[in-house]
Design a protein around this ligand. Structure first.
Ligand SMILES: *Cc1c(COP(=O)(O)O)cnc(C)c1O
Length: 365
């Protein structure tokens, strides 16, 4: 059973919100994922009753029974999207319907009940509305929204939970990478993979991240910012980074990105870039690309630019590729013109500084 689309939200404003002075201090240099707003959204689900008790309330610790299913079998999914401060002082969300759809698909894969798309979008709007003063107006700043759902039934048996808790929290974030034209060095994980065919790689679930942390730590140990995962079968095809999709730009102006499958997360930034690149007259092929192609095309000079993309960092240029058997670099480690152009086109739409021909921006009042 699912909720009616008009599930109404009870608003219980925070009794002692952070003062405007303290908030201004926190917003100067918030970093990523450490500064949280005053409120959160909670909605409960019980089998047979459906979604109910939607609230916007003070952000606070939640209490969970130690036998809550999520703590044992990791039945959890999440989303990530941003609200931006618009030039006129308002607020805008970028493609929240796409996150709602992906959340529903992730729920299906993890045997969780679907949250109606309209309820998802409304929950995010409600939180942005309640905490609109927390949206940084600094360049590159935004309010990162984290909707997620956990299995809350008190039972140690292995089966889909019959009770769930959905929440949305918000975190003020600064520019992910300062400067913006510096490339990152990536580590190719040869021994560990992120996702296997038939697994949960295409679902946005915490378990995928738990499985990727060791490889990410190895990347950092080797002086790299991010890890590149190869396919689990041949250990040859480039899939994605730990939390970002990847694009390759060639000397003839064409682009390649790995095709979506059940081992690659369908990024909304990826999808937006495909649309913007095509509108820009670039040809983009969604086709398999191997780590050997990457090395050979970098050596021949045919490969001009590589970038990773995702909501948190938008577009990150990739330079050096390091692995257990050496390293190579693409275009002298500087962000290329196509990377910069696509990033500006996307950011300008997100921030309301450019027309929105694809209907991607949702104003929040
Ligand atoms: C969220 C995520 C992405 C990027 O998706 P966006 O919608 O662009 O933010 C890419 N890969 C993984 C594994 C992710 O979890």
């Amino acid at each position: 059973m699912s909720a009616p689309d008009d599930l109404s939200f009870a608003t219980l404003p925070h009794a002692a919100p952070v003062s405007p002075e303290r908030r201004a201090e926190l917003l100067v240099d918030p970093g990523f994922g450490r500064v949280f707003t005053d409120h959160m959204v909670t909605i409960r689900y019980v089998e047979g009753r459906g979604w109910h008790d939607a609230r916007v309330e003070a952000r606070a610790p939640i209490s969970l029974d130690p036998a809550a299913a999520v703590l044992h079998y990791a039945q959890e999914i999440f989303e990530g999207l941003k609200a931006y401060r618009t030039a006129d002082g308002g607020a805008a969300l970028f493609r929240p319907e796409a996150n709602a759809l992906r959340f529903r698909r992730s729920a299906e894969r993890l045997a969780m009940p679907p949250l109606p798309d309209a309820v998802f979008v409304e929950s995010v709007k409600q939180l942005v509305s309640a905490d609109r003063d927390w949206i940084p107006s600094s360049e590159g700043g935004s309010l990162y929204l984290r909707p997620f759902m956990i299995a809350s039934e008190v039972f140690l048996g292995v089966k889909p939970s019959s009770e769930y808790l959905y929440l949305v929290i918000a975190s003020a974030v600064g520019a992910y990478f300062k400067g913006g034209s510096e490339t990152v060095t990536v580590w190719v994980s040869r021994d560990q993979t992120r996702a296997a065919p038939g697994g949960t790689g295409a679902a946005k679930c915490g378990g995928n991240y738990a499985a990727s942390l060791r490889a990410q730590a190895a990347a950092v140990e080797h002086g790299c910012a991010q890890v590149v995962f190869l396919d689990a079968i041949e250990r040859r095809w480039v899939e994605e980074l730990g939390g970002m999709n990847i694009f390759f730009v060639f000397d003839d102006g064409s682009m390649v990105t790995p095709p979506l499958s059940d081992t690659i997360l369908s990024g909304i930034t990826r999808d937006s870039i495909l649309t913007l690149a095509k509108a820009d007259g670039l040809t983009v092929a969604e086709r398999p690309y191997s780590i050997d192609d990457w090395k050979a095309d970098a050596a021949s000079g045919r490969l001009r630019e590589v970038f990773a993309c995702g909501t948190a960092a938008v577009i990150t240029p990739v330079g050096t590729v390091r692995s257990a058997d050496g390293e190579f670099s693409v275009s002298d480690n500087v962000a290329g013109p196509v990377t910069k152009r696509l990033r500006s086109a996307l950011v300008d739409i997100q921030r309301g500084n450019a027309p929105d021909p694809h209907g991607w921006v949702t104003r929040v009042y």
